[in-house]
Design a protein around this ligand. Structure first.
Ligand SMILES: *Cc1c(COP(=O)(O)O)cnc(C)c1O
Length: 223
């Protein structure tokens, strides 16, 4: 595995995509390490990568503990089960990308209040309206975002996240990103700053639709 080369390649491609979008546009990389060892994470850290993402609370706990000496920034990107909420909050993630419903926000807020803690989070949008995916429906996203801002102040909403449509047709993937971009633009005056979209297979398209945070797994950790 040549992780340094993979990271360089990804940075080059991101650089082209972001300059084509706007010279003033900055894109952050979260390296999704869910299929990778802590050794691989350490190697990427030595190449300069700081932010890493995991989709299971248990893995996040294990890897962040193993690598506790490094100044890493941990992101939670997976579907959170209610019985894992306390475990996640104890880990104090830098950002939770996957706040997918008002119900979960309510449950999180209850625990946050009793722990006297806050949680930076993104509202996940099911932009392709896929049954298999979590997230709020695009039509309800703005309203839900405002409700969370008003009713659950211990949740520090910073923007939105989406997973592009799971299809081959680029036009359909683009549509799902554009849907999310429109929502993000509506929320910007209310403090939204992060538009988390784009994975290994579609990050350039996501950046062309305004993404400023890409979640890259396989393209960074590939052999
Ligand atoms: C696994 C995962 C990624 C990374 O996927 P790759 O295609 O390997 O880059 C990004 N976001 C989420 C939510 C994931 O679960």
């Amino acid at each position: 595995m040549n992780l340094a080369q993979n990271l360089d390649q990804a940075i080059k491609r991101i650089e082209q995509a972001r300059i084509a979008y706007s010279r003033h546009h900055i894109v952050k990389i979260v390296a999704v390490s869910k299929y990778s060892s802590s050794d691989a994470i350490q190697t990427l850290y030595e190449c300069g990568q700081r932010a890493f993402g995991e989709n299971r609370v248990q893995d996040l706990a294990q890897k962040s503990e193993l690598l506790g000496d490094l100044p890493l920034e941990w992101h939670f990107i997976g579907t959170l089960q209610s019985n894992k909420i306390n475990a996640l909050l104890s880990l104090k993630p830098a950002l939770m990308h996957s706040l997918h419903s008002l119900e979960l926000a309510k449950e999180l807020h209850k625990r946050l209040e009793s722990r006297n803690q806050t949680l930076p989070a993104l509202l996940q949008i099911n932009s392709a309206k896929e049954e298999s995916k979590s997230g709020v429906e695009p039509q309800k996203a703005v309203e839900t975002y405002h409700k969370i801002l008003e009713e659950f102040p211990q949740i520090k909403l910073q923007g939105v996240m989406t997973i592009g449509a799971h299809v081959e047709d680029r036009a359909i993937i683009q549509k799902s990103f554009e849907t999310t971009q429109v929502i993000f633009e509506q929320l910007k005056p209310h403090g939204a700053e992060i538009l988390s979209m784009g994975m290994s297979g579609d990050f350039e398209l996501a950046i062309a639709c305004g993404s400023n945070l890409v979640r890259l797994g396989s393209t960074l950790f590939k052999a």
